[in-house]
Design a protein around this ligand. Sequence first.
Ligand code: HXC
Length: 295
Amino acid sequence: MFKEGLLKGKRILVTGGGTGLGKEMSRYFLKYGAEVLICGRRESVLEETAKELMEENGGKVKCYGLDIRGAQDVDETIEEIFLEGPLDGLVNNAAGNFISRTQDLSHRGFDAIAGIVFHGTFYVTHSVGKRWIELGRGGSIVSILATWVWTGSAFTVPSAMSKSGIHAMTKSLATEWGHTGIRLNAIAPGPFPTEGAWARLSPNQDPNDASDQGVYSQNPMGRVGKMEELGNLATFLMSDGCDYLTGQTIALDGGEYLTGGTFYKALSSLKDEDWDAIKSTIKATNEKDKAKRTA
Ligand code: HXC
């Protein structure tokens, strides 16, 4: 879709770039010639992804072990990155989420999600943005949100609240930093099957089974999203072709959110025992991930 080398010479950092949507967007940036930097909590996962993407596309992918919940760790990593050379793009992709009835959430459960999505995303944006301003150069920031920034979302309230905050950050900084050449936009993807999200948002569904679209079968296009569709939009937002575009959150969901309340409709009839089973499945996923982090 784009000319070869569209992103040549650009250095782009993708938070949570080791898996899921972050990995897929990284694949496209690399394919179009960017140097890609990925950070995440599990270094072994990052290394595996870097190897896979470089074998597929050539080019350079660098890894940084980082939990974006720590403001100081974030600033030290961004400092290290800028000492090697300034960034041109940042994708705020790292996120945490799980479905739960809100009355069942503990404070720590809320904090786990707000810490990553709300606080962590700000820490990275602030750390990169202030360096761009000091250096007198612009850059493109793309945050990965969800359509519930417009609708709210039952059963994922900490994520809906946190992502709405980043939606507000996108609009606010687009105006505050517009004169510096820094652009901020966001993508609100609808259902794009990834193992991490599916295990926590649709734990009874198989992300690899295209026929098992469950709650997503109500999508006006009758399907989930294709990674190339996300990759192309992210690549466009990282390129130089439309610098006047800033402060926008773009839904990429086949029109799904306009139909209203998919999660609510699907989950509001669940019983106590269903929620217990969902919680156990999500916890098992979290434990498996944690074991990989400490391995
Ligand atoms: C209730 C739960 C829970 C559940 C965890 N908790 N899962 N509470 N129901 N299903 C509670 C725990 O009991 C604990 O509180 C607290 O949350 C912290 O849990 P930890 O596992 O210790 O936290 P941590 O290891 O930091 O894990 C963070 C996480 C986890 C967010 C909870 O899910 C994670 O690491 N996720 C990363 C990947 C991910 O979530 N991907 C999906 C993103 S999808 P107590 O009080 O018991 O100590 C997305 C948008 C998708 O963001 C949009 C689609 C349309």
